[in-house]
Write a new protein. Structure first.
Length: 490
């Protein structure tokens, strides 16, 4: 039996793009309904079981050719519940390119910057202090210092972080200022309703204007369909995440000329160092330190990637170490002595979302030779940093390469053919595009204010509206843009 609800505004999704939009619209006096496909969990539900929490809180896909893994949050709070808390202001080079290349003329340091600063305060971004530079981060810091590379601690949105190393599984003490503990409660205090386990199947359009959404409610444990729900609303904010927003537009027959197009990622690979002394990289902030020497934003002119320390969780480590059998087992046995660095590439490659007739989603994205070459460069520099920090050996994510114990062992990397089949894991959690903003209808779904060109009352407020990647961890940018679009609606 179907249900029927009404609201003045529907927000699809509750993460970095949905949470701020819901809070801003509710605080403006609108009756807001937030629809989230995933479950609603709280601090008491978050366990240290890596496999359980990854399944309960997130969604994983592979690209159509199975060459790359993609991850996103799927719960109230979205990816902000499982991210690493990292906060970066939108680089001026990125805003400049969005103005010049995409016609987003209002996104300058003053206008857009004011929303960035509001978010910065509201999520309590603070610098990582020395007490939270754990041994894992210190290995990267030591290598950067000895090599003279630009680097430093990153800012994080935390209050009272206890260094439990569980950022990716949901913070059990609510220290992480995710959308779950900031924007969503703000929206509810202003009167918004939040419905979890509610998958939006279609955006309804009548006479060129949004009329509402069709929803399927899901079983909170199994995800099995339970009932149909019809929601009438004259305003809809689409913030379902890059893995869902473009596909939802396609299923709804909206902007077929541009929906699902223009995907761009920060593709990433792990480099692992083994040290004589224990590192215990599963304790402390999961990410806290970055080498920015090779970035091409914030005044840097490098090839375009960051090197960031990241946690050494058992399942994740097992998936990123190369090879199998005895070699893999030997590397895993040294887990307490391992440190991880992730190469976060600012991709040039573009991809697209395809929604098939059966409703299944395929992501078409194949890293080009230029991006693979820059990943190779990043792996080399990460290995050099670990060797400079006295690593006994370094494991590159390249099958059959063998441990790197000195600089000469890296020389072969420039000579071997490198494609994704040789890499142990290529993945992306920073996803952009699929419903992009632009100054002209041609090639874009939305106008610069986030309003859909083709459907009155429909807006995009998540990272799918951003026309390119940012070169830095993007949650602050996504939240600021959501507030900007919501301010225009209100």
């Amino acid at each position: 039996m179907s249900r029927h609800l009404r609201s003045e505004a529907v927000v699809i999704g509750s993460g970095a793009g949905g949470g701020p939009a819901a809070a801003a619209l509710a605080e403006s006096g609108l009756d807001v309904l937030v629809l989230e496909a995933g479950p609603r969990l709280s601090a008491r539900d978050f366990s240290a079981d890596e496999s359980e929490m990854r399944l309960r809180l997130g969604r994983a896909l592979t690209t159509a050719d199975a060459g790359q893994s993609l991850y996103a949050g799927r719960c109230v709070g979205g990816s902000t519940v499982i991210n690493d808390c990292l906060c970066w202001r939108t680089p001026p080079e990125v805003l400049d390119s969005w103005r010049r290349e995409y016609g987003l003329v209002d996104l300058d340091d003053v206008n857009f910057g004011s929303f960035v600063e509001r978010v910065w305060r509201d999520v309590h971004a603070e610098p990582t202090d020395r007490s939270h530079i754990n041994r894992n981060a210190h290995r990267l810091e030591l290598g950067a210092r000895r090599l003279g590379w630009a680097a430093g601690p990153m800012w994080r949105n935390v209050r009272g972080c206890a260094g439990l190393g569980r950022c990716n599984f949901g913070c059990p003490i609510d220290a992480k200022q995710s959308s779950l503990v900031t924007w969503v409660p703000r929206a509810e205090r202003a009167g918004a309703r939040v419905l979890a386990n509610a998958r939006v199947d279609r955006i309804r359009v009548e006479a060129g204007a949004v009329a509402g959404v069709d929803v399927t409610t899901l079983h909170p444990d199994t995800g099995a369909p339970l009932a149909a729900l019809r929601v009438d609303a004259p305003r809809v904010c689409l913030a379902a995440g890059v893995l869902a927003s473009g596909s939802l537009l396609q299923r709804s027959g909206i902007a077929p000329h541009a929906s699902g197009r223009g995907l761009q990622f920060h593709s990433s690979v792990y480099v692992t160092g083994r040290f004589r002394e224990p590192v215990h990289g599963y304790f402390g902030p999961t990410m806290a330190y970055a080498i920015s020497e090779f970035s091409n934003v914030n005044g840097h002119a490098g090839p375009g990637y960051m090197l960031e320390n990241t946690a050494v969780q058992p399942l994740q480590t097992a998936s990123v170490l190369p090879d199998a059998g005895e070699l893999h087992a030997r590397a895993m046995a040294a887990l307490p002595h391992l440190a991880h660095t992730v190469v976060v590439l600012r991709d040039h490659t573009r991809g697209r979302v395809e929604t098939r007739r059966d409703g299944s989603v395929q992501i078409h994205h194949a890293l080009g030779d230029d991006d693979l070459a820059r990943l190779r460069h990043g792996m080399t520099r990460a290995a050099q940093a670990y060797l400079a920090a006295d690593a006994v050996e370094v494991h590159l994510p390249v099958h059959g390469y063998g441990p790197v114990r000195n600089e000469s062992d890296l020389e072969r990397l420039a000579l071997i053919p490198l494609d994704r089949s040789r890499l142990s894991l290529v993945y992306a959690v920073h996803l952009f595009g699929g419903a992009v903003m632009g100054g002209r209808r041609e090639g874009s779904v939305c106008a610069p204010d986030g309003a859909c060109w083709d459907v009155r009352g429909l807006y995009v407020t998540d990272a799918s509206g951003l026309p390119s990647n940012t070169g830095v961890n993007p949650q602050i940018t996504v939240m600021a843009n959501a507030l900007r679009v919501a301010a225009g609606i209100a």
